[in-house]
Design a protein around this ligand. Structure first.
Ligand SMILES: [Fe+2]
Ligand SMILES: [Fe+2]
Length: 312
């Protein structure tokens, strides 16, 4: 039997499950709750706080789970009485699940889940002034650094795209691409993964060559998937490009969406690798990245960070 990972934060207590929920523990998959059953509030909190077991559904329950999640997302995000915390957790859970699914098996169903998750994340951010602050206030869990980085980049680039008056379609494309932009890192050798947290300034030529392979690898993973649109594919492949032409693909002319994704990725990556504060990171970028991004885009980015309270 094939199993598909899910985040327990995307399941709600006291709600009929429409799928069998499996728990993976010590090399075994155990059916924890059956289709039609509910999780009690107490059980749910317990599951959420534990860090050992992971949760799965079987592949044939994917459609049922997605329907369950879509309904829950729509309900939670449009509920004026729901706390922001709950909305953020739900959207982040959906996005993390989707990224994890794309990383393990990039099927059409995983891709559709990613699109839906990106849309939900955007809905939370555009509808709640404090959402971005909440998202950026959370630290990445252990071994979840790349997923957290992808969430951050999605949230922030979609917000910037909104300020730049991008269309709904553009924001959807950008959000989806942002969630999976580092999918190529999944093929990087385990010993080379440390490069993800190594400051770019300390990169040797060899580091650079190895690390930048993740853009080409993303192309290999996504190229032959008919459900991945050309816009999204290009965005993912070109997320490390800069206008000076010094990116891995040596592209000089970037579309507005490509520039946004590359810039926001650059920002979040600097915070991870250089461990600088948001204010310092932005200052550094204003110096280091002139010529790589349009000055008015950098300035708009600064305004967004200020307005969202991310520079305090
Ligand atoms: Fe990257
Ligand atoms: Fe990245």
């Amino acid at each position: 039997m094939e199993y598909t990972p899910l985040r327990i934060s995307t399941v709600k207590p006291l709600r009929n499950l429409t799928f069998d929920l499996y728990i993976h523990f010590k090399d075994h998959y155990l059916c924890y709750a059956k289709n039609g059953e509910q999780l009690s509030e107490e059980k749910f909190q317990k599951l959420k706080s534990q860090k050992i077991a992971k949760f799965y559904i079987t592949e044939r329950d994917e459609v049922n789970y997605q329907k369950f999640l879509d309904a829950l997302l729509d309900e939670t995000l449009s509920n004026p009485k729901a706390e922001l915390e709950e909305k953020v957790n739900m959207a982040e859970g959906a996005a993390s699940s989707a990224i994890e699914r794309m990383n393990t098996n990039p099927t059409e169903s995983a891709f559709r889940a990613t699109e839906k998750a990106a849309k939900s994340l955007r809905q939370v951010i555009t509808g709640n002034p404090d959402a971005l602050k909440k998202i950026f206030g959370k630290k990445a869990e252990k071994n979840e650094e790349i997923i957290k980085h992808s969430l951050n980049v999605c949230a922030l680039s979609v917000k910037l795209a909104e300020v730049r008056r991008c269309t709904e379609q553009e924001m959807d494309d950008l959000g989806t691409a942002a969630l999976i932009h580092d999918i190529g890192l999944t093929t990087l050798h385990k010993d080379d993964l440390a490069l993800f947290t190594k400051p770019k300034k300390a990169f040797t030529n060899d580091d650079k060559r190895v690390y930048y392979l993740h853009c080409k690898d993303a192309a290999i993973i996504l190229r032959e998937k008919p459900f991945v649109t050309p816009v999204i594919l290009e965005l993912v492949i070109n997320h490390e490009e800069v206008q000076s032409g010094l990116g891995p693909n040596k592209k000089k002319k970037l579309s507005q969406l490509e520039e946004i994704l590359s810039m926001v990725n650059n920002y979040d990556k600097r915070i991870i690798t250089n461990k600088t504060s948001p204010t310092q990171t932005l200052k550094d970028m204003m110096i280091d990245e002139l010529g790589n991004y349009e000055l008015n885009l950098l300035n708009d980015f600064k305004k967004v960070l200020q307005k969202e309270g991310l520079l305090d």
